[in-house]
Every structure is written in C-alpha cells, then in structure tokens.
Design a protein around this ligand. Structure first.
Ligand code: TRP
Length: 385
C-alpha cells in the first residue's frame, strides 16, 4: 500500500492552496479533495477517497511530476487519472474517477497483473465478489497481450466511503484480428450470448466494461467507435427499448459537437463512442445506451467546451454552476488558455431512469494542450530570444 504521506497527499490540504509535493498521487488526491468539496461531499468521505485513489494508483502515485508521464492512453497527456461528473436534475452531481493502476510498468503483462491486484484488493476491502472478472481473466490477460491497455478501473464515489467499482478491459488483448471473437466469447461467458448481434454497426470495439460489487443492476458494457458520425446516424444507433428518442439524441449530438440546430455535419476527427449496457440475460437486449462526444477535438478552447457542456446540462434541466465549481476545483488556469480539460460530454439513458449527462474532466497533470489559433509563446511579440 502506498502511504498517503509518501505520495505527497496531505488530508489537510483541502482548500485553496496547492500543497502537493510534486508527485502524481499528491496532485491527483488534491484535485479529488477539491472536487469532493465542490460537490458537497462530506470531508470524511473526501479524505477516505483521496487515500483510495492514491492506493489504487499504486507505485505511480509516487512518481515525481517532473519526470515524463508513464505510458497511458487514458488521457491525452498520459495522466493515468480522469475525473467525471454524473448530472441529474435537482441533485448534487455524482463524482467518479477513472484510473489505470498499472500505468507505471512498461509491459502490458505487468500492467494487467497490477490492475487485477488492485481490483482484488478493493474486493477484499469492501467485500464484493469478482466472479465475473475471474471468468474473463484468461481471455483478457493472455501471455502476450496486445493493444493500448490492460485494465482500467473507475470508482463511483458514493456517500459513505465505499465506491462503486467498474473495470475496463481490452478487446484487442488477443490481437486486433480477434477483437470480435474475444468480445463474443466474453459476453457469452457472462450469459449475454446474443448481445453482440443486438449492437449497431461500428468501426471498432475499444472497451468492454463490468460493474463489480454493490450495484442495483450490475452492467456489462460494450463500447463502440463510430468514425465520421452525423447527427442522423447518432439518432439511430441506440438498440435499447424503449428507444431514448431519436430527436433527443440528435439534439444532444448537435449541441455537444457544435453543429447548427437544423444542420448536418460529421465528427470527422476523433470519433464518437457509443456504449450499450446489458443487465439481464433473458431478452438479449441492451437496457442502457450512452453516446460520448469527444468535445475537446471540436472546440478551439475549453471556454467553448464549457459552453457546449453547459448548453447540454441546461437542456436537461440541470444547474450548470456545479460544472463551473468542478472545473475550478481541478485547475486554476483560464478555460480559454487550453483545450482538453473537458474531454467528453455524454448523454446516458438507462431503462426506467431519467436521462443523465456526464462530463469527463482531465487532470492535466502533465500538459495543457494549447488552444487552437494560439500563438506559440516563442513567437509572441516581446518573447525573449
Ligand atoms: N482517452 C481515451 C479516449 O479519449 C479513453 C477514455 C478516457 C474515454 N475517458 C473516456 C473514452 C471517457 C470514452 C469516455 O478515447
């Protein structure tokens, strides 16, 4: 276990000062504490979760920020941590954190071993079963794994100090040519034999995710990549019944992507991702649908990304001041001075629940991407030569 003191995390650093000692875990824990405060979580839970985060990060928590980042594609600047907020009307947002426990090791085998170890440590600590993950272990953790990740984990930071745990696995682990086979086999082992056939056409299958532990309805989730998606195409992606509503999905897509209300256009750069979730094996049909728009690649700067996210939130009757508080908790830079702080904006539909908006916020521990049209500092008038 990484001790809080060693990772530079000080529970009493809650507040305006940035007192982390220049270590990744310290910075991430501090960002988390400030976020917890922004969403009015109790200080007891906040302190506990900051420790949970540094523990789950493992050895990279102690990596000096002055060193280049370890290999991780979890975020654009390779920080192995990303925060997100889940918004519903009339209530405080839920706070989640996505992380890569094994990012500090340069081979995927070790990365996966560390990741599995982190999940099992959590299972022991909070008393949940890992049967679903155990059933897939040989599939996703072969002797010579391939692909961009081994295991990511997301923690839903609930009141009371025990998080909901989600695990993200890599369908390309057995090679790119065996992705569909791997996903089909995994879903079959989980009892979702017809799930793959229920999904819309896609360009790739980047992740398969599992809810572990105490969930009302634990999900198996399949993420799909859609290059060059248009609003009209986005509207017909969902395979859930009831359908979330074509117009609602199209409108969300246009707002998040920055397209005119009545207009066409495609996300021709970084692709949108959809996610279908399966919670029962009786019908073979998905019960949940999410569309993720990578807003950061379709704005000039984060001020514009914030406007998009705010418009989506307001459209769903959600008070957007929560988002502003959260952004201020993560960074003190001006939103116009970079792009990528808001990574994705997503709209979530789950059967029997009101739609939810989620916003993914980067830690930017290593780098802030300059805004589009920015003049590099060395070319600015008056810059020292
Ligand atoms: N950074 C990766 C990407 O942009 C993976 C990722 C991180 C992601 N957070 C996400 C994907 C949230 C979808 C939604 O694709």
């Amino acid at each position: 276990m990484v001790s809080a003191a060693h990772s530079g995390f000080h529970p009493d650093s809650h507040g305006e000062s940035r007192t982390h000692t220049g270590l990744l875990g310290g910075l991430a824990a501090e960002q988390l504490l400030r976020l917890c405060d922004a969403v009015e979580m109790s200080p007891t839970d906040a302190t506990a979760y900051a420790q949970v985060l540094t523990d789950a990060l493992g050895p990279v928590a102690e990596r000096p920020l002055a060193l280049p980042p370890a290999r991780s594609f979890l975020s654009d600047d390779h920080t192995p941590v990303e925060f997100s907020l889940a918004f519903l009307p009339g209530t405080t947002p839920g706070l989640r954190v996505l992380l890569e426990p094994g990012s500090g090791s340069d081979d995927l085998v070790a990365n996966g071993r560390i990741g599995l170890g982190a999940i099992r440590t959590m299972a022991d600590r909070w008393g949940f079963a890992t049967g679903q993950l155990d059933r897939l272990e040989d599939l996703f953790f072969p002797a010579s794994p391939e692909g961009p990740l081994a295991l990511w984990c997301a923690l839903e930071l609930r009141p009371g100090g025990v998080p909901g745990v989600k695990v993200y696995l890599n369908p390309a682990a057995n090679g790119r040519d065996r992705i569909v086979e791997t996903v089909r086999e995994a879903l079959g082992r989980l009892g979702h034999r017809r799930a793959l056939d229920a999904l819309p056409p896609a360009d790739a299958y980047p992740f398969l995710a599992l809810d572990l532990g105490d969930w009302d309805a634990p999900r198996a989730k399949i993420y799909l990549t859609h290059h060059g998606l248009s609003a009209a195409e986005a509207g017909v992606l969902p395979r859930t019944t009831p359908h979330p509503g074509r117009e609602r999905v199209e409108e969300f897509f246009r707002t998040a992507g920055g397209f005119p209300a009545d207009g066409g256009g495609r996300l021709s750069g970084r692709p949108a991702l959809s996610c279908h979730s399966f919670t029962e094996t009786a019908t073979g049909l998905p019960s949940g649908y999410t569309l993720h728009v990578p807003v950061r690649d379709y704005v000039r700067h984060d001020g514009q990304a914030r406007e998009r996210a705010t418009a989506v939130l307001r459209r769903h009757g959600i008070d957007s001041t929560w988002l502003d508080r959260a952004l201020a908790a993560i960074t003190s830079r001006r939103l116009e001075d970079g792009v990528g702080l808001i990574a994705y904006v997503a709209l979530v539909h789950e059967r029997g629940r009101p739609p939810r908006v989620t916003v993914y916020v980067s830690s930017e521990a290593y780098e802030v991407r300059p805004p589009l049209g920015a003049v590099p500092s060395h070319e600015r008038a008056g810059a020292a030569l």
